[in-house]
Design a protein around this ligand. Structure first.
Ligand SMILES: [Zn+2]
Ligand SMILES: [Zn+2]
Length: 150
């Protein structure tokens, strides 16, 4: 979904409500490496407050992921809020936290995907205390101990 921001940048006090659904197929087509197991729902608001345009989005989606420790596939739902400052670039490119919207447009789906990727933990675990696999026999230690240690 492409947000048109021309008016928003121009008119103080103006806001745009966002309530979008992107299907798992569309998400995969966008070139994500993630395995989506649900639609992505993006809800939020872009608002021009005294000339500063802020975007707040709540992103919900489920991903199929592989545990880094036991290699089992599992599904996890992510509900994350992201806040950005939007600019058309006319006030300079000095602040890295600002998102520059060239031609006054913003691809909401692309942004939500990027936000989500940055928010994902570097170590993916099926659960906090996953015991992983035995380095010797390869047994899944979540299902019980093996005999190797004895
Ligand atoms: Zn695991
Ligand atoms: Zn073992």
């Amino acid at each position: 979904m492409i947000l048109q921001l021309g008016q928003l940048f121009d008119i103080e006090g103006m806001s745009i409500d966002i309530d979008e659904n992107i299907t798992a197929e569309e998400l995969s087509a966008m070139g994500g490496y993630e395995d989506f197991s649900s639609d992505m729902h993006i809800k939020g608001r872009a608002q021009n407050r005294a000339g500063v345009t802020a975007l707040t989005i709540d992103v919900s989606v489920s991903l199929r992921q592989l545990c880094d420790r036991c290699c089992k596939e599992f599904e996890r739902r992510y509900d994350q809020r992201f806040v950005h400052t939007l600019t058309d670039g006319s006030d300079g490119f000095d602040n890295e936290d600002n998102i520059i919207c060239l031609s006054n447009t913003l691809d909401l789906g692309e942004l939500a995907l990027m936000d989500l990727r940055l928010a994902l933990p570097t170590k993916i675990l099926c659960r906090e205390d996953c015991k992983g696999l035995c380095a010797v026999c390869g047994k899944d230690l979540n299902e019980g101990a093996c005999g190797c240690g004895q």
